[in-house]
Design a protein around this ligand. Structure first.
Ligand code: G6P
Length: 599
């Protein structure tokens, strides 16, 4: 994971790099750093904690070539030493990904590394391979590596260039008026570049700023020759390519820098994103109406996959498809891609991913494609890797989601999946006309008592049946993610088969009851829990279910098929309110990142 941004050009770049880091902070925020170079040397600062910690260093620097990084730790604790950039001798590097054979390479190094990271091992290997050409050094070092990477390397031997490489990790190159940028995604480049290039898989790129005496002419000529991306070479046997090939004609949908909390009129971004759900579902309904899909009823077996929240949407999809009589398997992407699955003939893989960059989900798409299976992605980011790689795409229009814990994107994913389920069996698609106003009502649900009851508890169950079970899992995940409270999403009927032993006096059991067919069974489960001392919280539109609750949360009354989309909203609110009551930060939960681009 992590965020990378780099620049070489004619302007002092500390401000650009800091701005880029702020926009990439959603990719990881346990440490950050920047390195700048001139012929006089490399100047680096890196610190544990948020990007803000390197702000004054970045803004002070006057150099015109630099690289910067915001980290989500994979190898080594989040601390100053393990933070990027790593600097060794005349070289500095930022890395996103994992060098899998780092320990074998480490044992061959002549100088010991200072950090515990695989990235520093790679940097030492590059330095050892250097014979006067930075691109060749990076190339030779990478041929010794296995794993995944997006890297940017600078050297004070070549203060006018940055060498970048990528394998299974996203990297984008941007050409602006005053220089060339590289970043791990386009968000960092918005407003700074006119054109972007997406280096192909397993490639190397050299970014070189123009020589001073030819500056004017070359700026006008754009990206040709020495002013732009000057070299591309395949590694590990992949053929060379021409980087001047295909500038993207249109800048993709861009994300503004995360506005300061004070300016958005909410205490946190997560809260603001929950309030945006009515708008998000309305725009998604419009986007779905324009969808271009293959002939789905011909598909014989459907596989649905994703990670985290996106996977929970797949669980809800599974119940809908089962009800329609369509064979379906829903499996977490990390499991699916590692399980040696053989897709039957005529299958469809449905991959759900807000960001479109989650490594496990991308790997599942690639696995399906390698077996000639059709792939369809549901994503919130039109220019994402998943959208580019899958055969078909349905776009949700949740808008930029910056808080780490997903909220509005989940509601939109459910809509897209319910739409898709209908298409798979040739039924009329759901009517979403009233959904925005129903979501507005759900956003208003009063969760104060629920939050009070959960405060200071050490664990809880979230229960549901069928689609409500999918929502229970998602609610439990929200509470785990940002409240650091152990909560388990569980199928209600399964509670009595073991887990009931955990229930003691005051243990919270939250139940979601939106389907009339589940009423009787859910009432039984709640009574079983209550008779063992549980405190019950119930989310339902039915008085009969609410009557079982110590703390009832009333849901708006809507067509049952749409209820899961509504029921999750009070759960998202409970999580955010409980998190704030515990004086934690919902936007930056510990150990997590918004987009997990490592496996
Ligand atoms: C990370 C995030 C989760 C998210 C999951 C999948 O783990 O912390 O909130 O649900 O990735 O992300 P995606 O972008 O693929 O939906």
């Amino acid at each position: 994971m992590c965020g990378i941004v780099g620049y070489t050009g004619k302007s002092p770049c500390g401000g650009f790099l800091y701005e880029g880091l702020k926009r990439l902070e959603y990719r990881g925020y346990d440490s950050a750093g920047a390195a700048f170079c001139t012929t006089e040397g490399i100047f680096c600062q890196k610190k544990r904690g948020k990007v803000q910690n390197v702000r004054s260093f970045c803004l002070r620097r006057r150099e015109t070539t630099g690289i910067a990084h915001t980290r989500w730790a994979t190898h080594g604790k989040p601390n100053d030493l393990n933070a990027h950039p790593h600097v060794f001798g005349h070289f500095a590097l930022v890395h996103n990904g994992i060098v899998e054979n780092a320990e074998a390479l480490r044992s061959q190094l002549l100088t010991p590394c200072r950090s515990e990271t695989d990235s520093e091992v790679l940097l030492h290997t590059i330095a050892a391979c250097y014979e006067g050409d930075l691109l060749q050094a990076v190339r030779n070092a990478l041929t010794q590596c296995s794993g995944s990477w997006a890297i940017a390397v600078i050297s004070d031997y070549h203060p006018e260039e940055i060498v970048c490489a990528r394998r299974q990790s996203p990297l984008v190159v941007g050409k602006g008026k005053n220089g060339i940028f590289v970043a791990s995604d386009v968000y960092a480049l918005h407003g700074l570049c006119e054109q972007i290039f997406l280096p192909p898989e397993d490639s190397l790129v050299r970014l070189r700023r123009p020589a001073a005496e030819r500056e004017e002419a070359e700026r006008i000529e754009g990206i040709a020759g020495d002013t732009g991306v000057t070299g591309g070479a395949g590694i590990a046997g992949v053929e060379a390519f021409d980087m001047q090939l295909s500038p993207l004609p249109v800048l993709p949908q861009a994300m503004p820098p995360m506005p300061p909390i004070q300016s958005i009129g909410h205490r946190t971004h997560m809260e603001a994103e929950i309030e945006e759900i009515p708008r998000a579902v309305s725009d998604t309904a419009r986007s779905l109406a324009q969808a271009n899909l293959p002939d789905l009823p011909k598909v014989q077996a459907v596989f649905a996959t994703g990670c985290g929240t996106a996977f929970h949407a797949c669980v809800a999809f599974r119940y809908r498809m089962q009800r329609y009589g369509k064979p379906i398997i829903a499996e977490q992407a990390g499991e699916l891609r590692s399980g040696c699955v053989r897709f039957p003939k005529n299958s469809l893989l449905v991959a759900v991913t807000q960001s479109g960059e989650t490594a496990d989900t991308l790997a599942a798409i690639r696995l399906a494609k390698s077996q000639n299976v059709q792939t369809l992605v549901i994503t919130n980011v039109r220019h994402s890797s998943a959208a580019r790689e899958a055969d078909f795409a349905l776009f949700t229009e949740a808008g930029t989601e910056t808080a780490v814990a997903a909220t509005k994107s989940f509601n939109c994913q459910l809509m897209a999946l319910y739409f898709l389920a209908a298409k798979c069996v040739g039924r009329p698609v759901p009517d979403f006309t009233d959904l925005p106003s129903l979501c507005e009502a759900a956003v208003e649900a009063d969760v104060t008592q629920a939050v009070k009851k959960l405060y200071k508890k050490r664990g809880m169950f979230c229960l549901g049946q069928n689609a409500d079970y999918a929502i229970a899992r998602e609610g439990a995940l929200k509470i785990k993610e940002i409240c650091y409270l152990f909560s388990e999403g569980y199928p209600a009927a399964e509670l009595k088969h073991g887990s009931l032993s955990l229930i003691e006096s005051g243990f919270p059991v939250l139940a979601i009851v939106t389907q009339k067919s589940a009423l009787k069974k859910m009432k039984n489960t709640l009574r079983e829990a209550k008779s063992r001392g549980a405190t019950t919280l119930v989310l339902s539109q039915y008085r009969e279910a609410l009557a079982e609750a110590d703390v009832p949360v009333l849901l708006p009354m809507a067509e049952e098929d749409l209820m899961p989309i509504l029921a999750v909203i009070p759960l998202q609110k409970i999580a955010v309110e409980l998190c704030l009551k515990k004086k934690l930060s919902p936007d930056y939960p510990r150990n997590l990142a918004k987009s997990v681009t490592v496996e």
